[in-house]
Design a protein around this ligand. Sequence first.
Ligand code: SF4
Ligand code: FES
Length: 256
Amino acid sequence: MNLTLKVWRQENAQARGRLETYEAREISEHMSFLEMLDVVNEDLIKQGLEPIHFDHDCREGICGMCSLVINGIPHGKEKATTTCQLHMRHFKDGETITIEPFRAKAFPVIKDLVVDRSAFDRIMAAGGFTSINVGGAPDANAIPIPKADADKAMDAAACIGCGACVAACKNASAMLFVGAKVSQFALLPQGRVEREKRVRAMVAQMDKERFGACTNQYECEAVCPKEISVEMIARMNREYFRAAVKPQASAKAVGA
Ligand code: SF4
Ligand code: FES
């Protein structure tokens, strides 16, 4: 198929960006969206032009590096699908596709479609870990955990940190991401030891990074490629409230 692409080009965070038009020719319906962009870039390089910069790594839907707002929707309109797993069979010959970066103040554009999502790394560094010795796999298996809790923790841990939830939200809220990361620990006994310290630190860092607040629009859940539920946001709020009503006791318990 032949397609027309309107692609956001921007030199750096300070430069003014603009949409530029490119033709994508002889695209197979079996290609992924990123493979289609590879074809366009090969053409641009052959012509001595600057290729379109975009993020990717695994191309298997697991690393969270790919992004792109495709026709106004982060990761495109297919449900539970990352950009790298989106295939060209979902588009029609002759179609015009608009491709933009994830837009949020906390995700400044580095170049073209590549944005800086290191704010998520700083939130994780603030508390998204256990600092106690939890032993090895045999020790974890020796701790009885209700199946329902283990399943929910696994659902939370499915978050790949892509940032689509932020890009979809009119407030650029990161609460679905932070909710998932808080929940994956709060649901397990190994994570409960530092639960109050963790949620306080992660929420404080989230606010410092200038992400907005949740106003229950649910756009985040709608675009999430891993179908993370807004239930995670509710759990994070409960964890935060719990930490707020007994701050001193919890700080002593974790040696803070
Ligand atoms: S919650 Fe979903 S959309 Fe947000 S970072 Fe995690 S995987 Fe991406
Ligand atoms: S490139 Fe890894 S999830 Fe898309």
